[in-house]
Design a protein around this ligand. Structure first.
Ligand code: C2E
Ligand code: MG
Ligand code: MG
Ligand code: MG
Length: 276
């Protein structure tokens, strides 16, 4: 009796699992189609210095699911990462960002404006031809290499530390800077950080939110800031939403910011209006 119940349970479990897998596969198919149909868009969120000048922007992926509507990349990127689809998406992001940089180059950009950063996922980074594709996209669009930057998360780098260090150093030789994204949420040790030749540390939003009320957040942010300074890196705070957070960050010695207080992610057309 007990045995039969168990088999029954097992079957139910299998059915639930295969439903889940089917849903995933269908979702991946939707993404694949979306990519082919040109439904993916790149939005740009401007980054500012403490004088209020635009210093750059982060490219953020946008996709509207045919049924579920607008969804966060935080949801669909991990699903794309389960298949090789993330490679095609990542390649599209790279090329689209370079095309947009080319368009920006035709405007009169302020002196303060440096670069556009794109987010790179783990699977992309470990492709043996990753650097080649980046350099190719730059050459094909005829843009200065130093207009493009890459954002890599802490964990992604640490998982493959020796290769990451070599890759980032080599990109840097080619004038492509890297930023460590979501810093403080990962598990990288300071020993590792010291060896990674990244140019920017991005303080994760979780330490910026309510920084004025939370002495813990302020202490962590302050530690990240002095760490970055010691290692000669620029420090940029993510997710700045209020004047209060901004003032607090400024007092702690962080002078680069990104967040809704300044600007949300904008479609390219609107973003480029910021320079007119
Ligand atoms: P991220 O790289 O840390 O990007 C910052 C996220 O914070 C973005 O969410 C942005 O819209 C949001 N944000 C910016 N300012 C504020 C603020 O003041 N308040 C709040 N609450 N949020 C703010 P988004 O666009 O939903 O992207 C989520 C994550 O998805 C990104 O985190 C990044 O890890 C990933 N992602 C986005 N685009 C791409 C892409 O093209 N490729 C890859 N591999 N990942 C991407
Ligand atoms: Mg990012
Ligand atoms: Mg981030
Ligand atoms: Mg973040």
């Amino acid at each position: 009796e007990a045995k039969r119940a168990k088999t029954q349970q097992g079957k139910q479990y299998q059915r639930a699992m295969s439903d889940k897998i089917k849903k995933r596969l269908a979702y991946i198919d939707d993404m694949k189609q979306g990519l082919e149909q040109g439904d993916f868009k790149l939005y740009y969120q401007a980054q500012y210095n403490h004088y209020g000048d635009i210093i750059g922007a982060e490219a953020l992926l946008r996709w509207q699911h045919p049924i579920h509507g607008k969804e966060s990349p935080a949801l669909y990127i991990p699903i794309a990462e389960e298949s090789d689809l993330i490679l095609s998406i990542g390649q599209w992001v790279l090329e689209q960002a370079c095309r947009d940089i080319k368009k920006l180059e035709q405007l009169s950009l302020p002196k303060s404006f440096n670069k556009i950063a794109i987010n790179i996922s783990a699977k992309q980074l470990i492709q043996h031809d990753f650097q080649v594709s980046v350099l190719e996209a730059i050459t094909q669009n005829d843009i200065p290499a130093n207009r493009l930057a890459l954002e890599l998360t802490e964990n992604l780098l640490v998982e493959n530390i020796e290769d990451s260090i070599k890759l980032i150093a080599s990109l840097k030789e080619n004038e492509i800077d890297c930023a460590i994204d979501d810093f403080g949420t990962g598990y990288s040790s300071l020993t590792y950080l010291k060896r990674i030749p990244a140019s920017v540390l991005k303080i994760d939003r979780s330490f910026v939110t309510n920084i004025a009320q939370s002495s813990e957040s302020a202490a962590i942010a302050s530690m990240i800031i002095s760490l970055g300074k010691t290692l000669n890196m620029d420090i940029l705070a993510e997710g700045v939403e209020t004047q209060e957070e901004l003032n607090c960050l400024k007092e702690l010695g962080c002078f680069h910011y990104q967040g809704f207080y300044f600007s949300g992610p904008l479609p390219f057309e609107q973003f480029s209006q910021l320079f007119k």
